[in-house]
Design a protein around this ligand. Structure first.
Ligand SMILES: Cc1cc2nc3c(=O)[nH]c(=O)nc-3n(C[C@H](O)[C@H](O)[C@H](O)COP(=O)(O)OP(=O)(O)OC[C@H]3O[C@@H](n4cnc5c(N)ncnc54)[C@H](O)[C@@H]3O)c2cc1C
Length: 424
């Protein structure tokens, strides 16, 4: 059954939220020129952390108990929407740090882990990443080959993760592995999650070069060779890793969709500006009906994507509120929450469903908007110096990561038809 409670759809923004969003706007403006320079030189944007640290954006939806601002998901998404205008590289950095980074700890870590690790991340002292994908396990993480062995006071990890966003510089990450079977040395079926900090020995990082877009954030291949992880760094319960990874991807999808709104918005603004300035065949491009067709399609994309994204953010907040109350009332919440709690499963499944729809739809719209903008700009849009060209290159990636769009389509189909119709 779908979760439709329109009374939850409260779009009122408080003065505090408005003040914060205005700081996000100023910070985004501050990054604009430098981001372009870094993009053209394919250099990491090292201003993102200091600029966003100043306004608390590095812990926007994280509880104030761990140094965050404690904002709701709608505010977080509105901030990502604004940041997305400056490019999906910057937004990707924040998604990796917060949505598939910090929120995983906030959701699944025990109190001691949160105090030890989460508090540093909100102050920008440590940057987070999420390492799930492997060279042979992308859309199907359950087929991963990374293994762990349990020793008396630690775990030993062996395997390779790749395409890890922020992976070249992250101080802290979560990663996922199967228990090693002593007979054949391969992993058994159940996946566990681990917190890995930069002091863990046995990790080699290699930057992924020659990316097509997203040039101011870096992705890495991470090689774990007999990497020692202290016992206290098991995240959640043993065997709960896939549930943890999937919950991270739900939040990741929402953040991608929110950033996509910014991409569409910026492509639209750039196209309006350019078409009202450029004259061909004796008149402004903006007066040509075929150019107006491009503009109108971008407007429709923006309006329709927005409704989906905001609705997802509000439903995600509802899940958050439910989980927080549950955790307060149940000391053994890790055991109880996932298994038999019907209300939790109902809301979580709806957030899963709607975040997939939002990501699929908004990412396709963003790429379409960028494509149309490049067309409106003609040759002037065919250089990385133009914002719309950068959006074009970057938004290609958002159709692939956090669940490739084909896989999300299948997911939405089977969520509607029933589990027996899963067609992966
Ligand atoms: C820029 C970028 C950043 C990334 N950041 C991270 C990160 O921070 N952490 C991380 O862990 N990973 C990250 N990834 C990896 C990303 O999550 C994977 O690329 C993604 O899950 C797809 O996996 P794959 O590339 O192995 O493609 P595959 O799974 O091999 O899929 C290839 C194609 O086949 C399609 N396909 C797959 N299965 C089916 C099916 N059953 N039916 C029909 N079509 C199917 C897919 O949709 C895709 O189009 C990143 C990737 C990129 C490009």
């Amino acid at each position: 059954m779908c979760y439709h409670d329109l009374s939850e759809m409260n779009f009122d923004i408080s003065r505090r939220q408005k003040n914060f969003l205005s700081k996000v706007d100023k910070a985004s403006n501050l990054l604009r020129e430098y981001e372009e320079e870094c993009y053209l030189n394919e250099r990491i944007n090292d201003m993102i952390v200091p600029v966003f640290k100043n306004i608390g954006m590095l812990g926007c939806p994280i509880s104030s108990r761990y140094g965050g601002l404690g904002y709701d998901f709608l505010t977080y998404c509105l901030a990502l929407e604004r940041i997305g205008e400056e490019g999906s590289s910057i937004r990707t950095f924040l998604s990796a740090h917060t949505s598939i980074g910090q929120l995983v700890l906030q959701g699944w870590a025990d109190e001691a882990q949160k105090r030890e690790y989460l508090s540093h991340t909100t102050r920008g002292k440590s940057i987070m990443a999420f390492a799930l994908t492997e060279p042979t396990a992308g859309s199907d993480p359950s087929s991963m080959e990374m293994v762990f062995e349990e020793k008396s006071d630690h775990y030993v990890l062996n395997g390779t993760k790749h395409w890890v966003g922020n992976g070249t510089l992250a101080d802290l990450l979560t990663t996922y592995a199967k228990e090693r079977n002593s007979k054949d040395g391969r992993g058994n079926g159940r996946i566990s999650a681990f917190i890995v900090d930069k002091n863990c020995q046995g990790i080699r990082r290699k930057e992924i070069k020659n990316k097509m877009g997203l040039l101011t954030v870096k992705n890495a291949e991470l090689h774990f060779r007999n990497c020692i992880i202290p016992k206290k760094n098991l995240l959640g319960l043993k065997g709960q890793g896939l549930s943890i990874a999937y919950s991270a991807l739900i939040d990741g999808r929402l953040s991608v969709a929110a950033g996509a709104l910014g991409v569409i918005k910026d492509c639209l603004a750039e196209s309006i500006r350019y078409s009202k300035h450029r004259t061909q065949h004796g008149d402004l491009l903006a007066k040509k009906q075929l150019i107006q067709d491009h503009i109108a399609k971008m407007v429709v994309s923006l309006e329709s994507s927005r409704w989906l994204v905001y609705r997802t953010a509000i439903t995600r907040q509802h899940l958050q509120n439910y989980v927080e109350t549950f955790k307060r009332d149940n000391t053994d919440w890790q055991l109880k929450l996932n298994r038999s709690n019907e209300e939790y499963i109902r809301i979580r499944d709806e957030v899963d469903r709607i975040s997939s729809i939002s990501k699929l739809y908004a990412s396709n719209c963003a790429f379409d908007a960028a494509n149309r903008s490049v067309q409106i700009f003609g040759s002037y849009g065919y250089t990385k110096k133009s914002r719309v060209a950068r959006h074009f290159l970057d938004s290609r990636a958002i159709m692939i990561y956090e669940g490739a769009n084909e896989v999300l389509t299948l997911k939405i189909g089977s969520q509607c038809l029933g589990k027996n119709f899963e067609a992966y």
